[in-house]
Ligand binder design. Structure first.
Ligand code: ADP
Ligand code: 5GP
Length: 211
């Protein structure tokens, strides 16, 4: 097991912005980054796989996990329950892996309120019109559910100030690069570099054998 604890990232965006697409690209590029697999009471969509996209469980099983305090955060999103298992995240972080939670605005607030060390990124669609086009293009929701997601998006985009970074998902590849830059910048923060930096500093004060 690595002695260095991983970093925790939270990414939120209105449904249809492209956060799943972006994070899937990121975890391909960054070997040390893992996406947490959420639990949900939502029905499985065509093309989704149990244990890959989500852990699909019944509402009753989900409520049992809530009662056991098994979630770092959980929320009712569009009438379904979604949550992040505390044990899954903790074991990845303790193993030295960086973890990204792709969760809604309510879940991100809970992580913040817990005081857990993390970096939160809000991904914005370029406009309402583009968001609608992307949601329709994905063709995963019936019209009523799509309208509900667009309505929720209005409240979600208004909460971007609660986050540490804002990224606009215009061109996919450049947005992936911007997210990589954020992760790199967070790794270089002084309080996360003290072990490495102090070891270097020590070489300036210890007697080195002369060649
Ligand atoms: P979310 O996870 O935020 O709900 P998805 O990752 O499912 O969104 O993306 C929604 C749709 O938008 C998908 O069809 C995806 O291929 C498309 N998409 C994602 N990012 C971009 C982008 N930068 N430009 C154009 N289309 C995009
Ligand atoms: P979808 O049903 O399209 O997969 O996801 C709908 C919404 O649920 C998205 O906004 C997504 O970010 C959110 N979501 C997915 N997993 C979690 C989770 O574990 N916790 C919270 N709070 N939201 C989640």
């Amino acid at each position: 097991m690595s002695s260095k604890r991983g970093l925790l990232f939270v990414i939120s965006a209105p449904s249809g912005t492209g956060k799943t697409t972006l994070v899937e690209r990121l975890v391909q590029i960054l070997p040390n980054l893992r996406m947490s697999r959420s639990y949900t009471s939502r029905a499985i969509r065509a093309g989704e796989r149990e244990g890959v996209d989500y852990h699909f469980i019944t509402r009753q099983a989900f409520e049992g996990m809530v009662a056991e305090n098994a979630f770092v955060e959980w929320a009712d999103v569009f009438g379904n329950l979604y949550g992040t298992a505390a044990a899954d995240v903790e074991s990845m972080l303790a193993g030295g892996q960086d973890v990204v939670l792709v969760i809604d605005v309510q879940g991100a607030r809970q992580v913040r309120q817990r005081g857990t060390d993390h970096t939160a990124v809000f991904v914005m669609p370029p406009s309402f019109q583009v968001l609608e086009r992307r949601l329709r293009g994905r063709s995963t929701e019936p019209e009523a559910a799509l309208q509900r997601r667009l309505e929720t998006a209005r409240a979600e985009v208004s909460s971007y100030r609660e986050y540490d970074y804002v990224v606009v998902n215009d061109d996919l590849e450049s947005t992936v690069v911007r997210l990589q830059e954020i992760i790199a910048a967070e790794r270089s923060r002084v309080h996360r570099m003290t072990r490495v930096a102090d070891a270097i500093v020590r070489t300036f004060f210890t007697e080195a054998p002369r060649p």
